[in-house]
Design a protein around this ligand. Structure first.
Ligand code: NAX
Ligand code: K
Length: 505
């Protein structure tokens, strides 16, 4: 699914209106109905609902929603905020359409703000995608009062004051919504961690924007949905054998962190790899042979740390490297050797990222279009330097992927996958239970297995990250977020793959 900018959203609206031969007021009515339908399912009738409308079409939505909720036994209080004499045309049409027994209150100064108790619902229809400057002055004061009221705020389309696809200036006030109901598609702003307190829980409601426009519009940012990844999965063939599904090598584990190798290996095996070999320091031999009997284990000459590469390295289809390695000198040398000599696709995680991040020479040796980095935000900063905010991080992500012609899965609540072409895909699965040690090692194992099975690197990133989050979402039902461990995520991989290979409901 593509993510559109505010400008593209306006174009999509206009295209739809033209294509269907409807008026913009008709489209607004559709949006208002879709919002109202969500609202009615969430909040039982009889609730007191205070709706605050700004001067644009977002305010127009608010007026139409007020009319619809008023007709459905909610107690509606309606406020027109600021100067609405130059309001948008559709705002004016919907103002006219208000029933006689629903009289709006004009709010022109801060002192007129109503007292709101904590148990009322507030609908925020001040500004949507048409915001073109930071919200200050009177409107800023209104936003701050709404935030301070403690009432449950539901925002129409956007939390008012938040920019849709760029950094909101510091001085701008922003609504802190409990819920944000977005029309047709999510917005980039929803996917960035720094906006959590403003966006709250977000949902998308469909308003029937033109499918032709959406399929033809150029977008470098996407949001990966179940349909997107289901299209990628290749069913296994009846006459297949283990040789077809790739031989993966994991260079993982160090003294005290052999568990990381166990997790990566178990996840790799649960993700369909044909054969798996692990090269680990001697300290890991018995542990790995016992914990992961399906994998072959090669022992390093070093007792505690990785210090060498396997002799027959050419026979492997993919190499996953990093979890639990440590950054000893011998290990740095081995990683240097790997980048200097091997031509394999590489999945690079944890300490392997840290080692490469510290050396321009190693970065320059990265094989073009053959490396996938799987950093968490701190590891990513080691690669690219300190970032100022989430938009800056995204910019660095795109630049790094283009410069080094590599893939990066930047882990987070909506893991962002950067490609050598400068595209970014945001993931849609996963939950806070994954914020625990070892889940990254699991991702390394999954992505390594998929590359081994000859998925393209982009496909392996998209599918791997999605299925990793999906397994955690399924684990949520049995173990919950607090108790979830990395092993629980592995244990739910079979269900996750089953889920994806079943037809859509
Ligand atoms: N265009 C369409 O056909 C549709 C639009 N829809 C709604 O329309 C919204 C976009 O509407 P608009 O483009 O009219 O924009 P908005 O309603 O988001 O805001 C535009 C108005 O706010 C003013 N404004 C912007 N920034 C301000 C600031 N910082 N302080 C004070 N005033 C400020 C502008 O001068 C303008 O009057 C969407 O978010 C959505 O809610 C939906 O009804 C679906 C259909
Ligand atoms: K809004």
């Amino acid at each position: 699914m593509k993510l559109l900018t505010a400008t593209q959203t306006r174009e999509a609206d206009a295209f739809t209106i033209k294509e269907e031969g409807i008026t913009s007021t008709d489209l607004m009515e559709r949006a208002a109905r879709a919002f109202t339908c969500w609202f009615e399912n969430k909040f039982p009738p009889g609730r007191e609902v205070h709706i605050f409308c700004g001067p644009g079409n977002n305010g127009g939505d608010g007026l139409a929603v007020a009319r619809l909720l008023h007709g459905r036994t909610y107690t509606v209080r309606l406020y027109l905020v600021g100067d609405t004499t130059n309001a948008s045309d559709d705002f004016k049409v919907n103002l006219e359409r208000l029933p006689h027994d629903l009289k709006p209150t004009q709010l022109a100064q801060q002192a007129a703000m109503p007292e709101l108790s904590q148990n009322v619902c507030v609908i925020d229809a001040l500004f949507g995608t048409g915001l073109n400057r930071p919200v200050t002055g009177f409107y800023g004061g209104v936003i701050n009062s709404l935030n301070d009221s403690g009432a449950c705020i539901t925002s129409i389309d956007m939390p008012s004051g938040l920019y849709t696809d760029s950094q909101t200036p510091e001085e701008g006030a922003i609504i802190k919504a409990s819920y944000t109901i977005s029309f047709e598609l999510p917005k980039l702003a929803f996917l960035l961690p720094q906006h959590e307190e403003f966006v709250g829980e977000w949902h998308v409601v469909k308003i029937g924007l033109s499918q032709q426009f959406l399929s033809e519009v150029r977008a470098d940012l996407c949001y990966t949905t179940r349909e997107d990844v289901q299209r990628l999965i290749r069913p296994r063939k009846k006459f297949s054998h283990k040789g077809i599904y790739g031989h993966a090598l994991l260079l993982c584990g160090g003294y005290g962190k052999i568990g990381a190798a166990v997790l990566a290996a178990r996840a790799c095996l649960r993700s369909g790899v044909g054969l798996l070999t692990i090269q680990a320091p001697q300290a890991g031999y018995i542990i790995l042979q016992t914990a992961v009997p399906e994998a072959m284990t090669l022992t390093d000459k070093n007792r505690r740390h990785l210090s060498e590469l396997p002799r027959e390295i050419d026979k492997f289809d993919v190499i996953g490297v990093g979890p639990g390695l440590g950054t000893e000198r011998v290990t740095k040398t081995a990683i240097g050797q790997l980048l200097a000599t091997s031509h394999h696709p590489l999945v690079i995680d944890a300490d392997a990222i840290n080692i490469i991040a510290g050396s321009e020479k190693l970065k320059a040796q990265l094989p073009k279009k053959k490396a996938i980095f799987t950093p968490h935000p701190k590891e990513f900063e080691r690669l690219v330097g300190k970032v100022k905010n989430d938009y800056d991080r995204l910019q660095h992500l795109r630049e790094f992927c283009v410069e080094y012609q590599c893939y990066v899965t930047l882990k987070g609540s909506h893991t962002a996958i950067g490609t050598p072409e400068g595209k970014v895909y945001f993931n849609s699965t996963g939950n806070s239970g994954m914020a625990t040690g070892g889940t990254g090692d699991v991702l390394t194992g999954i992505v390594t297995a998929l590359v081994g099975q000859a998925y393209t690197l982009e496909e392996a990133c998209l599918l791997g990250v999605y299925v990793h989050g999906l397994a955690a979402d399924l684990a949520l039902h049995t173990v919950g977020a607090i108790s979830m461990t990395a092993s629980d995520v592995i244990d739910h991989l079979p269900k996750a793959f089953l889920h994806l290979t079943r037809p859509m409901p």
